[in-house]
Design a protein around this ligand. Structure first.
Ligand SMILES: *Cc1c(COP(=O)(O)O)cnc(C)c1O
Ligand SMILES: [Zn+2]
Length: 422
């Protein structure tokens, strides 16, 4: 475990000792960055110490994580991360992008990116001997918390909007969490969860509130770093050294903004350690109907104005993003930008990804929709190396999946009929 030295507020930059605060900055409500002792890490480890590890899960990065792994072997908690990356050779789209890879986060134990955050938060909960962990969720964060908690016998309470897709609610219930559906939005559930945590002394995992979620999400950046160390050699051989000036561009779907800020944190950790030569460019993708962060980014302000969110991509449907400032900086400080996509473009992306064998939920497909749109806008071009995240499985929301494709015909079981419709 890395030496966890405390927190630094992302707004006022004030530092706090580990025991001094738990969630956000008491002065201004800013998101807290977990501070590690980089000198101590550098003195003790080389990249090779990590690269040579055989554990494929996110726990291979333990020297860079602020928590210890709870006991118990071969549980879902121990299996988060280590997701595959595929080169999409046939999905060039109309823009002939030749170097697109997809990192498939639907391969996590509960089928979304959220497992990374929940693994770390559950580990933290065990360390501080929390009785109950609670979270607000549009579905995936809750499923991840419920699954990771079940794996180690931790009690979990999940608040979700009653509009959450049925598959996500089923997952929560099957994992044995206490599930409470709120007749309101995700934002209503979020505020209620914080009240309950205060009232009952529960440990709150809320995204963009608990500083440890980003520490879990940063492990995707570590995996991208490891993968790109190998893949970029092949890339240069194929494309030629003159492309050396092209940084890797990473497309991330954005709701609360915690995945994008977690990935940025991971890359920053690696830069601090001197383990990564060049910061990748990070591009955030939001749904047009839930674009509070994109609006602020393009308005050139860090003041987030809430929207009344409306999109079929429920996992990125957020009125007031809780990690907006760091999410803006993730794009700004890396030469990236924000792109918004319509629900129709998201549905098209689901169908496109399906053609290469990737089944994405709407929020997961949003990043690919953003790539298609970004290519049209000239944000990325032909030879740029590009990594797109799929953050969640299509099985999470089959209702949306069915809207992305044509219906199958129902026929009488007769050869003549088959001949007629083929
Ligand atoms: C939560 C989630 C996102 C967005 O993450 P934020 O941290 O809220 O920006 C994207 N896709 C999926 C599938 C998610 O579950
Ligand atoms: Zn502050």
């Amino acid at each position: 475990m890395a030496k966890f030295v405390g927190y630094r507020c992302s707004l006022c930059q004030i530092e706090y000792a580990p025991g001094e605060v738990t969630y956000t900055c008491p002065r201004d409500g800013g998101n807290l960055d977990v501070a590690l002792d980089y000198e101590a890490i550098k003195n003790k480890y080389q990249p090779e110490d990590i690269l040579s590890r055989t554990d494929p899960s996110l726990w291979r990065y333990r020297p860079l994580l602020p928590v210890t792994l709870p006991d118990g072997e071969a549980t879902p908690l121990h299996a988060a991360g280590g997701t595959p990356t595929y080169r999409l050779t046939t999905l060039a789209g109309p823009y002939r992008l030749r170097n697109v890879w997809l990192k498939d986060e639907s391969r996590n134990p509960t089928a979304s990116f959220k497992d990374r955050a929940s693994a770390i938060v559950v580990a933290r909960a065990r360390e501080i001997k929390a009785d109950v962990v609670v979270t607000a969720s549009t579905g995936n964060a809750g499923a991840a918390l419920a699954g990771m908690s079940a794996a180690v016998g931790q009690k979990a309470v999940i608040f979700a909007p009653k509009s959450a897709p049925a598959a996500k609610v089923a997952q929560l219930l099957v994992f044995g969490a206490k599930v409470i559906l709120v007749d309101g939005t995700y934002d209503d559930a979020f505020d209620l969860t914080i009240q309950c945590a205060d009232e009952f002394g529960w440990y709150c995992r809320n995204t963009g509130y608990n500083p440890f979620t980003a520490e879990g999400k940063k492990t995707a950046a570590f995996e991208i770093w490891e993968w790109w160390r190998g893949a970029h050699r092949e890339f240069h051989k194929r494309i030629g050294e003159e492309t050396d000036h092209k940084p890797l561009t990473v497309f991330v779907p954005v709701g609360d903004g915690n995945i994008i800020s977690g990935i940025h944190k991971g890359f920053k950790d690696l830069m601090q350690l001197g383990w990564m030569a060049r910061m990748p460019r990070i591009i955030g993708v939001q749904a047009e109907g839930s674009a509070a962060i994109a609006n602020a980014f393009h308005g050139n302000t860090e003041t987030i104005t809430p929207v009344s969110a409306s999109t079929l991509a429920d996992s990125i449907s957020v009125d007031l993003p809780r990690d907006g400032v760091r999410a803006i900086r993730a794009a700004k400080e890396t030469g990236g930008t924000y792109i918004t996509v319509s629900d129709e473009e998201i549905l098209e992306a689901i169908a496109e990804l399906g053609k290469v064998g990737v089944f994405a939920e709407p929020a997961g497909a949003a990043a690919y929709a953003g790539l298609v749109k970004g290519a049209g806008l000239g944000v990325v071009g032909g030879e740029d190396p590009i990594l797109v995240l799929n953050t969640g499985s299509g099985l999470k929301d089959v209702g949306a999946a069915m809207r992305a494709v044509a219906e199958a015909p129902i026929i009488e079981p007769a050869l003549e009929v088959v001949k007629k419709i083929l």
